[in-house]
Design a protein around this ligand. Structure first.
Ligand SMILES: [Zn+2]
Ligand SMILES: [Zn+2]
Length: 113
C-alpha cells in the first residue's frame, strides 16, 4: 500500500495554511490602506478648517491628544476635536492665526496693521 495519500494530505494542509496566511495579510493590508485613506481625509478636513485667516496657511500640526499631569502621573488626554498646534485663536476676533501674524495673543488685523 502506497503512502501517497499521507503525502497528499500533508501537501493539501500546507497549501491551505499558506492560503490562509496570504488572505490574512491581504486583509491586513486592505485595512491599513483604508486607515491611511481615512487619516488623509481627516487631515485634509482639518487643514480646511484650521488655517491662518491672514495668510491662509493651513495648520501642519494636527494634535489629537495632549499629556496632562494627574496625581503626579502623565496621562494622555484625547481631544474630541483635533487641535492645531501651530495656530492660536486671536483673543479679539476669535479667528485662527499663525504665530507670524500674532502679537500678544491678538492678530495683526486687529492691531490695525
Ligand atoms: Zn499667517
Ligand atoms: Zn484678530
Amino acid at each position: 500500500m502506497s503512502q501517497d495519500w499521507k503525502k497528499q494530505f500533508e501537501e493539501e494542509r500546507q497549501r491551505r495554511q499558506k492560503q490562509r496566511l496570504e488572505e490574512d495579510r491581504a486583509r491586513q493590508e486592505a485595512e491599513e490602506a483604508r486607515w491611511e485613506r481615512h487619516a488623509a481625509i481627516e487631515f485634509a478636513n482639518f487643514q480646511r478648517k484650521y488655517k491662518c485667516h491672514i495668510c491662509g496657511k493651513p495648520s501642519e500640526d494636527m494634535r489629537t491628544y495632549d499629556w496632562v499631569v494627574e496625581d503626579g502621573n502623565m496621562v494622555r488626554d484625547d481631544f474630541d476635536q483635533p487641535y492645531p498646534g501651530d495656530l492660536a485663536m486671536c483673543q479679539n476676533c476669535r479667528r485662527w492665526t499663525c504665530y507670524a501674524h500674532l502679537y500678544e495673543g491678538v492678530c495683526r488685523r486687529c492691531w490695525g496693521k
